[in-house]
Design a protein around this ligand. Structure first.
Ligand code: TA6
Length: 282
C-alpha cells in the first residue's frame, strides 16, 4: 500500500473508477487529486521540498493548531511537518476509498491540553476531507485554528473568478491586515492577494473558462475562507516555489482562523469538512 514518494518519503496511492490521489504520511499531505481525463485539481510546485520535517509546497497542507506566524514558532502549526499514522484504508461498496490518519503525539503538542486529531480523506468522484479534533482534557478548553490550505490548478490566475464571498469582511494581509468588505460577485486576481475572510460558511466556486470547468468547494464546520496568490515578488522570495508558478495556481482555503479560532470544551469534538468537486463550465 505504501509507495516510495519523492525524497523516499512514504506515500499512499489511491485509485477509484473516477479519480486518483496521492497522500504523503508527512503532514497527511495530499499532493495530487485528479479526475480521469481532466487536468489535476490540486497544484504542486515543481520546486517543492520532499524532506523529512519540512513542509511540502502545493497540494493540500493540513494547518493545525495555528494559522500564520507564531512568535518563536513556525508558520501554520506543526501538523503539516509531522509524520501521521495510517489507521485505516477502507474501500467502500460504492467505489469510493476512505483513508484515516492520526496525528502522532509530539513535543510540540505538550503546551496544549491533551487532544487527538484524526483526518479522513475520501476519494470518489470528488474529494471529501474531514479533520476531527477531540479535546481529551478533563477541565481545560482546547483553543486552536485549523485550515485546509488547498492549492488549486488554474489555467491562468488572471483569467479565473472566485465566487461566493460578496458582502464578507476580510483581513487584507497585503495591507497590514486592514479590514475590508468584499464588494465583488466574482473576485479577479491581478496582483498579490492574501485575504482572510471571516464569519463565512458558504460554498465557493473557482470558475475557469479556459479549462471550461468550475471547482466547487463546499464546507461544514468552517467560518473562515482564505484566498492567496503570491504573485511575482513573493514567488521569487520562496525557495520552494517557481518564479512563474503563481500564474497557474490559487489557494482557496477553508477553516477557522484568526478571530474564528475554535474554543473546544473538554470532552468535545470539532469536525472541519470540505468537499471538492469539479464540473463543466458552460
Ligand atoms: O494562506 C496564505 C498564507 O498564510 C500566506 O500568507 C502565505 O505566505 C502562505 O500562506 C504560505 O505559507 P507557507 O508557510 O506555506 O510559506
Amino acid at each position: 500500500m505504501f509507495l516510495d514518494g519523492q525524497g523516499e518519503l512514504p506515500m499512499i496511492g489511491i485509485s477509484t473508477m473516477w479519480s486518483s490521489a496521492e497522500v504523503y504520511l508527512q503532514g497527511a499531505h495530499i499532493t495530487n487529486f485528479r479526475k480521469h481525463n481532466e487536468p489535476p485539481l490540486t497544484f504542486m510546485s515543481q520546486c517543492s521540498r520532499f524532506t523529512q520535517g519540512q513542509p511540502i509546497r502545493g497540494g493540500i497542507p493540513v494547518i493545525f493548531p495555528w494559522f500564520g506566524m507564531r512568535e518563536g514558532m513556525g508558520n501554520h502549526g506543526f501538523a503539516r511537518a509531522l509524520t501521521w499514522e495510517l489507521k485505516e484504508f477502507a474501500p467502500a461498496p460504492d467505489g469510493s476509498v476512505s483513508v484515516r490518519f492520526r496525528l502522532p503525539d509530539s513535543p510540540e503538542a505538550s503546551s496544549y491540553p491533551p487532544f487527538t486529531v484524526d483526518y479522513v480523506v475520501t476519494v470518489s468522484e470528488g474529494l471529501t476531507l474531514q479533520l476531527i479534533v477531540t479535546n481529551q482534557a478533563a477541565e481545560d478548553p482546547l483553543i486552536f485554528e485549523n485550515c485546509f490550505h488547498t492549492y488549486f490548478v488554474v489555467s491562468d490566475v488572471t483569467a479565473i473568478s472566485i465566487v461566493g464571498l460578496k458582502g464578507i469582511s476580510y483581513l487584507d494581509k497585503v495591507a497590514n491586515f486592514a479590514q475590508r468588505l468584499e464588494t465583488e460577485d466574482a473576485i479577479r486576481i491581478s496582483s498579490e492577494v492574501d485575504r482572510i475572510y471571516l464569519n463565512t460558511s458558504g460554498p465557493l466556486e473557482i470558475q475557469d473558462p479556459r479549462l471550461a470547468r468550475k471547482i466547487l468547494i463546499e464546507k461544514q464546520g468552517s467560518n473562515s475562507t482564505v484566498v492567496w496568490n503570491p504573485w511575482i515578488a513573493r514567488s521569487q522570495q520562496m525557495p520552494d516555489f517557481g518564479n512563474d508558478e503563481y500564474q497557474r495556481m490559487v489557494c482557496v482555503e477553508v477553516g477557522n482562523v484568526s478571530s474564528n479560532e475554535i474554543t473546544l470544551p473538554p470532552g468535545r469534538t470539532s469536525t472541519l469538512t470540505v468537499r471538492i468537486t469539479s464540473h463543466p463550465l458552460s
